[in-house]
Design a protein around this ligand. Structure first.
Ligand SMILES: *[C@@H]1O[C@H](CO)[C@@H](O)[C@H](O)[C@H]1NC(C)=O
Length: 534
């Protein structure tokens, strides 16, 4: 059983222990020492604030609602009158936190930003099962809050489902626990759900089909991955167009805890590549074996090819509950999670403190780089989100049913930021600053971005659009990076450069909404400015 893979892994671990950790790239900082809530769901708004969201029926958190604000719910198992916050708005630049009021249970719910920048949030447990909520973000100094829709509800109760914004700005809501259908917001098909038998076929004795990985491909169809298989789904005509080959290495979705990302879309809009990484051993969940080693295999597939195949690769660590964050450069950060067990309450052990950088353009075998480890275990119910300043916000971790602090992996209230190597001070003179960018951009249109850089620019400055996904359960719903077609940087005097860009051709490549625009100069991203694509 002592395979060469294991031996390599062992030697690698030894190498890391012997080497000073400071040698590894990336830096950590504590952003908020006590956020008061453990964020199970996290999303960055176009006002550079962050929505933190836990669930309601969890008893006391460490943050109170404003004075005389309480939630009264006779069905709440813990508090009939609950004066604790279960959601909050964080301003990362100041560390300020404002409690938000959420009424119905958002446990294992899903979400997505709409075209107008409103966060749509659906489903959950108990009274949240069919609930539709909205959060319309505002300037950090204002007082926007959650709104729970009274007139509209989901056709089917859903938790553990996945939302994806579509080219026309509507949202598809896929699957859920004991729910093998899809539905739309706003509703289609006369308010009903549409059966999606693929999710039933992908189910096994421990489910493994929850929080499916849904990616909108630039051909307008959905790549939907559940368990160890995927289909190409034409949601408009409710037709499965293609069955992809099975991904070796066991189940990947909840509760087997892999992750997935679509690599950056480029100017070649006929191609999209999906990566699925890590996961638990089959049986770890159902047998509750918290020490069963996670696997470290990644599959990568060009989903738009006529006969695609999975290309396999091993990460330096086995990992469950890793979060895959698309960085502005097109590289993928894999962060958080554990090396053993599965996803669920008290189900994992051996936190994996080492982030990885996945460099998609490197040859197989050279794509992973191990980064500077953190010190805070980020287990079940932790999240990672790209911030507009290029850092990655790390929140949550609560493997317990309630808030619990006297355990090996306590409920985690600290919020950290991880800075990839591109933010090193030595690279500051390469870092572009966006000085001019339109407020709105229309599909297919040309527009100019003006940047300034300290050192003379050699070659191309990329202009990349990053969506703000809804991160939960080690998958970022709606995550997308689109690299625009750009001219070479045209010198415009005293360190200024003009870049002529072409907007994405249509909503299949980039659905309508607000995007972070990053200028990237030799791998160093600017601070993003937000643009509205319509
Ligand atoms: C951008 O688009 C919005 C929505 O259509 C509009 O209200 C706003 O005036 C536009 N801004 C500019 C500068 O054109």
């Amino acid at each position: 059983m002592f395979s060469s893979n294991l031996l390599l892994h062992f030697l690698f671990q030894l190498f890391i222990i012997i080497h000073s950790r400071a040698d590894l790239p990336g830096t950590w900082e504590l952003l908020v020492a006590n956020a008061g809530i453990a964020s199970m769901h996290t999303a960055v708004t176009r006002f550079n604030t962050v929505v933190l969201l836990d669930r309601t029926h969890i008893g006391p958190t460490r943050k109170r609602l404003p004075k005389s604000h309480c939630r009264v719910d006779p069905n709440d198992p813990v508090h009939k009158q609950d004066c604790y916050a279960h959601s909050a708005l964080l301003e990362p630049s100041t560390g300020k936190l404002r409690p938000l009021m959420i009424l119905t249970d958002t446990w294992c719910s899903s979400g997505q930003f709409l075209a107008d920048g409103t966060l749509l949030q659906t489903g959950g447990d108990g009274d949240g099962f069919k609930k539709v909520r909205k959060f319309t973000p505002c300037e950090a100094a204002s007082f926007c809050d959650w709104e729970e829709l009274e007139e509209t509800e989901l056709a089917r109760g859903r938790w553990y489902s996945t939302n994806q914004i579509l080219p026309d700005g509507s949202v598809i809501i896929v699957g859920g626990r004991a729910e093998t259908s899809v539905e739309f917001f706003p509703s289609r098909h006369g308010n009903g759900a549409v059966k999606f038998p693929f999710l039933a076929e992908a189910k096994d004795t421990q489910m493994d089909n929850l929080y499916p990985y849904v990616h909108l491909l630039p051909n307008g169809h959905l790549f939907v991955f559940a368990n160890n298989r995927a289909v190409l789904y034409d949601y408009t005509n409710d037709v499965v167009l293609k069955q992809y080959p099975e991904l070796p290495g066991g189940p990947r979705n909840y509760p087997s805890a892999g992750s997935s990302a679509m690599l950056a879309l480029t100017n070649d809009h006929s191609s999209a590549t999906i990566v699925v990484c890590g996961g638990a051993q089959y049986g770890a969940f159902i047998e509750r074996t918290t020490d069963s080693p996670a696997h470290g295999s990644c599959g990568r597939i060009e989903a738009t090819r006529p006969d695609p195949v999975w290309e396999m690769e091993d990460m330096p660590f086995g990992r469950i509950m890793g979060d895959m964050v698309m960085l502005p450069t097109g590289e993928v950060l894999i962060i958080n999670g554990a090396e053993a067990g599965s996803q669920g309450f008290e189900m994992a052990s051996q936190p994996c403190l080492y982030p990885l950088l996945y460099r998609p353009d490197s040859p197989v075998g050279l794509r992973f780089m191990t980064l500077n480890p953190g010190s805070v275990p980020r287990m079940y119910h932790s999240t990672a989100n790209l911030l507009p300043d290029g850092r990655v916000l790390i929140a949550g971790s609560n493997p317990h049913y309630f808030y619990k602090f006297n355990s090996e992996f306590p409920t985690e209230l600290r919020i950290e930021a991880f800075s990839p190597e591109y933010l090193l001070p030595e690279k500051a003179n390469l870092r572009p600053v966006i000085v001019e960018l339109p407020e709105n951009v229309s599909y297919g249109g040309g527009f100019d971005v003006v940047v300034t850089v300290e050192l003379p620019v050699v070659g191309v400055v990329e202009i990349n659009l990053a969506s703000a996904p809804f991160a939960t359960h080690s998958f970022s719903q709606g995550q997308r990076l689109v690299k625009l077609g750009v001219s070479s940087a045209i010198p415009a005097g005293s360190g200024f450069y003009r870049i002529a860009c072409t907007a994405p051709p249509d909503g299949r490549v980039a659905p309508p909404g607000y995007y972070m625009v990053f200028a990237v100069n030799t791998g160093v991203p600017s601070v993003a400015k937000w643009v509205r694509l319509l």
